[in-house]
Write a protein that binds this ligand. Structure first.
Ligand SMILES: [Zn+2]
Ligand SMILES: [Zn+2]
Length: 260
């Protein structure tokens, strides 16, 4: 036992200093969903993977659309971005623009940007302005004027929620999630995304089948889903015993979101 402890402790302390790493590339399939907007990532779409050490010996990669991923502060060079050198010229240019526009010192600007989107009134905007806004927010900018207006309205609502939660600290975000019985794990960006999603579409309910898991959702599109999509139950831990659950649904009632 002593020998095991002796070998285990340097391994776990070296694990603690392992930095998160990032990778980029076109999605190989349309099976993964974006941790940011929770929509499916279409096959071929540029996505960024955040690689963190998992609970065992393996790493966990969470994916986001390029547009849904803020440039991480600890990514200081594109040489550190796995997969970048293998991209084609068009994708390289997109990733370079992403890297340069949301790089060091962008935190303040992006808060201002979010705030300015939150102030927009789509009813007073021309189609061209609405398209520009949607593109800048990484949302498909096609459709009739009514459709564009609906998309901008939703973008404004999301930006207002984001502006609200961006000012909060991690413990404050966790308190909001706690008050709504939502999952509290993850990095700050994930907590923020979860709060924005809940404020705009309502809280995710507990599983009606097992009563223990909080449902997760994958949206069929970035906008216009109204908080509905493919729901499933991740199961839950009952003390130290994991309870599996196979609950799936296409429609569940989202619960009123509360501010503690
Ligand atoms: Zn996304
Ligand atoms: Zn369940």
């Amino acid at each position: 036992v002593a020998a095991r402890t002796a070998t285990a402790s340097p391994a776990s302390s070296s694990r603690a200093v392992v930095m998160t790493s990032y990778q980029v590339g076109p999605a190989a399939s349309n099976r993964a969903s974006c941790k940011g907007c929770k929509a499916k990532i279409d096959k071929g779409a540029l996505r960024v993977g955040t690689v963190t050490p998992g609970p065992g010996d393996y790493d966990v990669t969470s994916w986001r659309h390029l547009e849904c991923q803020k440039h991480p502060k600890n990514l200081t060079s594109l040489d550190e971005l796995a997969g970048f050198s293998g991209l084609d010229a068009v994708d390289k240019a997109k990733v370079e623009a992403w890297f340069n526009n949301s790089g060091v010192g962008a935190k303040k600007r992006s808060a201002d940007e979010v705030e300015s989107v939150a102030q927009l009134n789509p009813k007073k905007m021309k189609a061209a302005e609405m398209k520009k806004t949607l593109k800048a927010n990484g949302i498909d900018a096609t459709g009739s004027k009514d459709e564009l207006q609906g998309k901008v309205q939703e973008t404004v609502k999301r930006a207002a929620a984001e502006a609200h939660y961006m000012k909060m600290t991690v413990p404050q975000l966790k308190a909001v999630l706690e008050a709504n019985t939502q999952l509290k794990g993850g990095a700050k960006q994930e907590l923020l995304d979860r709060c924005v999603d809940g404020k705009v579409y309502g809280a995710l309910p507990r599983c009606p089948q097992c009563g223990g898991g909080v449902l997760r959702v994958v949206y069929p599109s970035q906008t216009g889903h109204g908080g509905q999509g493919k729901f499933s139950c991740p199961g839950y831990y009952d003390d130290d015993h994991f309870v599996r659950c196979n609950f799936k649904a296409e429609h569940v009632e989202r619960l009123p979101w509360v501010e503690p």
